[in-house]
Design a binder for this molecule. Structure first.
Ligand code: SAM
Length: 239
């Protein structure tokens, strides 16, 4: 199953149509033809194996062969909330790595020291990156990328999480032991400009524990990936 190419479709039936960009990629880049076996994903977590039955000008028809529950989703809910960065590539890098590390909710926010602003196109692009990363790492569910206009609304989206971690560049110690996490975990990482003391107080007031990632100042993309990796390891995702 893992060697088969993966494609997202709105829904899967006994016969499924592959069209649009996914069709163009399958036909013109991967040169898939009749008889080729692929995996179809409808973001339900099920992996549908299907065979190309016919190839037309603008679409392919595929027949369902079998289905099984994907085995690569994280056992524990992890959410990453990060401050939107000026450099588009770095935002995409964070999304791609978070997907690979098993994160199942991703939020991007603007905060006091943000100097980059979101647009519909940019958000659509980040969701596309999440889907591509999902296929590449053989997951079956692509996290949706959600935009929050301010830090408070991002923080409030994590109310239900058992662990709420606020990566704070001016914290001198962590108020939770990152090596002993258990249960759903939300992580917050600032943009290039970092956080203000007021923002840390807001986060602490909403149940977030300030955590330090050591005595060096990490780039936002380094901090986001490093913290996500540590949390995934601590939650047993690497066993
Ligand atoms: N403008 C800040 C400064 O110069 O102090 C740096 C912000 S840093 C580039 C971006 C984000 O990464 C921070 O807001 C924080 O969330 C995280 N971060 C970087 N280094 C960290 C550290 N040593 N401990 C905790 N978080 C850190």
């Amino acid at each position: 199953m893992s060697g088969l190419k993966r494609f997202f479709v709105p829904s899967v039936g006994a016969e499924t149509v592959l069209d649009g960009e996914e069709f163009e990629h399958a036909k013109n880049v991967l040169r898939l033809g009749v008889g080729a076996e692929v995996v179809l994903l409808d973001n339900s977590g099920i992996e549908y194996t299907a065979v190309v039955a016919s190839v037309e000008k603008k679409r392919m028809l595929l027949n369902l062969v079998r289905e099984e529950v994907g085995k690569r989703e994280a056992k524990t809910d992890m959410m990453l909330l990060f401050g939107y960065l000026k450099n588009a590539d770095k935002n995409e890098f964070i999304v791609q790595k978070a997907v690979e590390l098993g994160v199942n909710k991703i939020g991007v926010f603007s905060s006091e020291f943000s100097s980059a602003y979101m647009s519909e196109n940019k958000l659509e692009r980040l969701n596309k990156v999440a889907k591509e990363a999902t296929k590449q790492c053989l997951r079956a569910v692509a996290p949706e990328i959600v935009y929050y206009e301010n830090l408070e609304s991002a923080l409030r989206s994590a109310t239900e999480y058992a662990n709420k971690l606020f990566a704070c560049e001016f914290a001198t110690k962590s108020s939770v032991d990152l090596a002993e996490l258990c249960g759903s975990t939300a992580m917050v990482v600032g943009s290039e400009g970092g956080f203000s003391r007021k923002e840390e107080e807001l986060a602490n007031g909403l149940g977030f524990a300030s955590v330090t990632l050591g005595k060096r100042i990490l780039r936002a993309e380094t901090a986001a990936v490093a913290l996500t990796a540590v949390v995934a390891f601590s939650l047993g995702e690497w066993q």
